[in-house]
Design a protein. Structure first.
Length: 222
């Protein structure tokens, strides 16, 4: 039985074991307040992830194995620090969102980066190297930069950092930032997704998937 979680803004838990091939889809569906709400979409014994009326494009955690759907909320709340200053230095107008298409254009092309001061240039290059290094034909618009950044944030949380500290570290590392409340909401959503995966694994008797989901949940719970 295979479990795939797409509820944590791109998927954070999966497991594999013996038995009948199937998929437990956990993802976002339309919600009244934010437009999306986390729910277990359905359980299918098909052996692979496919489209369904409830979840048109199920997502899975897999870097560069296939282009994922870019429907991620949290990376859209990551912003370029000192945005006006950077725009002025590059003489190129681009949005404040770090993962906006036009911003990725500037970072991926590398044009005029030599006009940045040394500290800023170093962080921009580090961002491009760590998150835009992908073999997909559609890079950097394949969705993998966002997923890699999500993994980066989850790893910081697993090290025991709180949302405020996570923001401080991402700003120091890459000169990007988020509001601590958005980071908290993302991590809370991740824990709830893992709880759903853990419970579904327990129902199906997949102790390995249950164990892995439980471990990840405890890492994020702190």
């Amino acid at each position: 039985m295979r479990y795939e979680s797409a509820g944590c803004d791109g998927g954070i838990a999966d497991g594999a074991g013996g038995g009948v091939a199937g998929v437990v889809e956990v993802g976002f569906a339309p919600g009244p307040a934010t437009g999306r709400t986390l729910r277990v979409l359905r359980r299918r014994h098909t052996g692979r992830v496919g489209r369904s009326p409830e979840n048109p494009v199920p997502r899975q955690y897999a870097f560069c194995s296939r282009p994922p759907t870019r429907s991620v909320a949290f990376p859209d709340k990551i912003y370029v620090k000192n945005h006006r200053q950077v725009v002025s230095q590059l003489d190129a107008n681009f949005p404040k969102g770090a993962f906006h298409g036009a911003t990725l254009d500037v970072l991926f092309s590398g044009s005029n980066l030599d006009q940045l001061n040394e500290a800023t240039q170093e962080r921009v290059l580090d961002f491009a190297k760590d998150f835009l290094d992908c073999n997909c034909d559609s890079n950097p618009y394949c969705g993998h930069p966002e997923r890699k950044f999500i993994q980066y944030v989850l790893e910081l949380r697993a090290q025991g950092l709180d949302p405020e500290s996570i923001v401080d570290v991402m700003t120091e590392d890459y000169m990007v930032y988020a509001y601590p409340g958005d980071v908290y909401s993302f991590l809370d959503n991740a824990v709830r997704t893992l709880e759903a995966v853990e419970e579904l694994a327990a129902v199906d008797g997949n102790s390995e998937a249950e164990r892995r989901a439980g471990e990840k949940k405890r890492e994020l719970s702190g």
